[in-house]
Design a protein around this ligand. Structure first.
Ligand SMILES: Cc1cc2nc3c(=O)[nH]c(=O)nc-3n(C[C@H](O)[C@H](O)[C@H](O)COP(=O)(O)OP(=O)(O)OC[C@H]3O[C@@H](n4cnc5c(N)ncnc54)[C@H](O)[C@@H]3O)c2cc1C
Length: 368
């Protein structure tokens, strides 16, 4: 249970019912900034206060030997292997005090009007060259419409039937851009959020990309990130499954049934969480004083059917000036937070040049 805020795959889950308040970065764990354009943005966001460097003991764990190798921001410039390139060069940043603070901070721009919790279900070309978007706001039953000079498709889900973001694309359906987006494939991952008594597990790191393990590829002491420190004797942890383990779990409960999206129910996630916890304990147990698996104060799982993008497009972003349509996200360039930032910047530049009117006021829809 818990609430998931804005931010897409960089959102945060908060739990504040029946017990201690907790928060978990259950999707994107960090931004590794190595590209100069991304670093420039990171600097700006640090100054604005919604991003901070994560100074913890971060690195790589070989699960077969128990050996932990700590990363160095400058020393390992050639290695980007491991979860999201943690061993690659560049500093590691996190949203302050949560990953969703980045999205919220960006959306606080005076020229933007976010429609949090709205899902776009259709788009239609208008005679004046703009687009009419049809969207469902929150739990409203009836869709509303709004017109815009240009539209940005910021997720491949928008063009993929049987996904929670799929929409009626109208005149855009036959465009080259939509066809290109349709070629990108996604790989699944499950995350596990666990709250434990401090000291229940004691690995010598704050986070580690895990090698040599079939089931777990990432472990993070979420409470060690800046702004998440706790003084109540509890620690929040987040782990990610490997793609192989995620695929095995999806074989048992597929993402779609007869072509229709199957939402992840609370019951499904509660049955899944202990299985991922069991796998995580397999990695953590050698570092723990007790031989018995500790009982979590809280645990919850999250399914990310399209967690990462596999065959990303080489374009920085896609734009069709005639249609008034752009597309950007981590399906362009690199499937990472940095990739999404760079693609977003490229789309903003391209739109600003082609649609000066659109650069003024925009609406943002985010289904989560
Ligand atoms: C579990 C997990 C851990 C990760 N960890 C890391 C990490 O540590 N470091 C790293 O660099 N990367 C990491 N990634 C990848 C990173 O999160 C993504 O690359 C990045 O967040 C992509 O951003 P985006 O804006 O392209 O897409 P998204 O964040 O997915 O945003 C797309 C948005 O569009 C919305 N949307 C889709 N369809 C509609 C619709 N019809 N109407 C309205 N809104 C719609 C979605 O709800 C979503 O909010 C991780 C990913 C996952 C799943």
């Amino acid at each position: 249970m818990g609430r998931r805020g804005p931010g897409g795959r960089s959102s945060t889950r908060r739990v504040d019912q029946d017990g201690p308040s907790m928060q978990f970065d259950h999707g994107c764990q960090f931004i590794r900034a190595s590209d100069p354009a991304c670093l420039e943005k990171v600097k700006e966001w640090q100054q604005k206060g919604f991003l901070r460097r994560w100074e913890g003991r971060l690195g790589m764990l070989d699960a077969t030997t128990g050996k932990f190798s700590e990363r160095s921001a400058s020393g390992a410039a050639t290695s980007t292997s491991g979860f999201c390139g943690i061993m690659g060069s560049g500093d590691i940043y996190v949203g302050m005090p949560s990953m969703d603070a980045v999205c919220q901070g960006l959306a606080a721009h005076p020229n933007l009007r976010p429609h949090w919790g709205s899902r776009v279900i259709g788009m239609r070309k208008l005679e004046d060259g703009g687009w009419e978007l049809e969207y469902v706001a929150g739990r409203e039953e009836h869709p509303a419409t709004a017109s815009h000079s240009a539209v940005v498709l910021a997720d491949i889900m928008t063009v993929r039937s049987g996904s929670p973001g799929s929409l009626h694309l109208g005149e855009a359906a036959a465009s080259r851009m939509v066809q290109q987006m349709g070629t990108v494939t996604a790989s699944p991952v499950f995350s596990l959020m666990v709250c434990l008594n401090k000291g229940a597990v004691g690995p010598p790191f704050d986070s580690a990309a895990v090698s040599g393990c079939d089931s777990i590829q990432w472990i993070a002491r979420d409470s060690s990130k800046p702004g998440r420190e706790r003084s109540d004797g509890l620690e929040c942890w987040v782990a990610m499954t490997t793609e192989a383990f995620a695929r095995q779990l999806l074989e048992e409960a597929p993402l779609t049934k007869n072509g229709a999206y199957v939402a992840q129910s609370q019951q499904y996630l509660s049955e899944l969480a202990p299985r991922i916890w069991e796998a995580l304990w397999g990695v953590l147990q050698p570092f723990s004083s007790g031989v018995e698996q500790p009982a979590p104060v809280y645990m919850h799982a999250q399914r990310w059917g399209g967690g990462f993008k596999a065959n990303v497009l080489s374009d920085a972003c896609l734009i069709d000036t005639e249609l008034g349509l752009a597309a950007c996200g981590d399906f362009c360039g690199e499937s990472s937070a940095q990739g999404a930032i760079l693609s977003g910047l490229a789309a903003a530049r391209a739109l600003g040049e082609s649609f000066p009117k659109a650069a003024g006021i925009a609406g943002i829809s985010d289904s989560h």
